[in-house]
Design a protein around this ligand. Sequence first.
Ligand code: ADP
Length: 541
Amino acid sequence: SETVERHEFGAEVGRLLDLVVHALYSEREIFLRELVANAADAVDRRRFESLTDAALMLPDDAKVRIVPDKAARTLTISDAGIGMSKAELTQHLGTIARSGTLAFAKSLAEAPAAEKPSLIGQFGVGFYSAFMVAERVEVTSRRAGTEEAWLWASAGSGEYTLAPASRAEAGTDIVLHMKADAEEFLEPLRLQTIIRKWADHITIPITVTKDGVEEAANEGTALWRKSKSEVTAEQTTEFYRHLGNIFDEPWATLHWRAEGALDFTALLFIPGMKPFQAVEGERESRVRLHVRRMFITEEAALLPPWLRFVQGVVDTEDLPLNVSREMLQATPVLARIRRAVTSRVLSELKTKAKDAESFAKFWENFGAILKEGVWEDAEHRKDLAPLIRFRSSAVEGWTSLPDYVSRMKPGQEAIYVLLGDNAEALAKSPQLEGFRAKGVEVLLLTDQIDAFWPERLEKFDDKPIRSITQGSIDLSAVEGTAQQGEAADLSRLLPLLKDALKDDVAEVRATDRLVESAVVLAAGEMGPDLQMQRLMRRAGR
Ligand code: ADP
């Protein structure tokens, strides 16, 4: 008809569809997980928005309905969620907003087979997995709070259409016209099995229609509410994978119940790998807040930004079910839960740090993030300091501040650090010569954040932390075997050098910190350290 609009997919979508359909063929069943997760999210969003806008109120029986129709060879997934406007259909289903196809394709090519299915979730391209099983997809949606509905339709090849439609209530129907080789997904039993496997944690009821009857497909039990002895390790791991779209094992699992002054249950995970959608960018913790099982939001910042790699759920009795965004910002209850949860995670990290090998794995994934806490969190700075791990000029592998201090030379006054971009290059730096000669260890710092936190920590165990490229460092008090050759008379050379270099340097002076090299650059006594100057130049300042 004339009202049907034709649109080309954003250039990247076409290629993406191809990738998703072909690369994940053996894992086709996950299309259902993705569509059901979207539907449940849409219901959650509507419930949350309705707290401040009564017009958006959810119907009492807000379910996700899965309806197979063998005769028509269609599978329909319906929800009474927030719905999508015409603009939202275009934006969410016609373009890839968050991440490019290239990054996705690269990860897909590099990931082991078992991890491939998690990638589509991580890259926010789950909807397109529908084309693994469907030759044509039709989405009818009505945004809650509006009257009009729209029909989005596509065969997954280059273009989609948009046309006015009608829908009695707000929400979304996704109709999949199944491919001939995907008829197995029209069997109610098969669908129920998939839901039990992938979506059992979703607390909104999910039904599969069988012989005209809606049968419950998910148990909907909030796993975290059960006592530890009631849940198996497999169930916990499955939940972790579902939450994080990750397919590995958690590095740490924390499951506890707080009773008394505060009443909440928490099930938290520290991932065993670094998520692909890396930890840069978004800084807020995404730990989910539930009130009496009901999902409220993942934007409650339940943990500080420097613990944002922690995933999981906190479920409390101490807030009303109809807690709104405004209330979340104001309530002191949340602040107290935050403190309790943060200190529990910290003490778990302390315990796990005793196993050096295991902790190294954690450190390589998330150490750079944890160090942000030393920089910005005055309250926890002192607790975090002993957890930091370093490369060093004196030992192989990772070391820590307490270990460094235990190796300090008699007469050594400070903890010395050298900053740069990579530990191997740093280990060869001429800046280290004088320290090596005296047997003084230097910690090698290579994360961007390392240019910032030492200044905030100032001291560890009463020893100041000093960058060896900053100002002059006097090692003469250190007892050592460094050969003090005959000091040359430089009194005529130094002014000549200063003359030649003019304003490029502030000062030219003799140093006892070199053994083999003739000269080395140093930063002024007061100004920023050399690496900091490099970072500032890079940032264009
Ligand atoms: P992701 O869910 O990871 O963001 P998807 O490709 O699965 O990526 O979905 C893209 C977006 O489309 C979602 O973020 C959401 O805004 C919208 N969307 C998808 N399905 C629904 C639905 N059933 N109801 C409302 N919005 C939806």
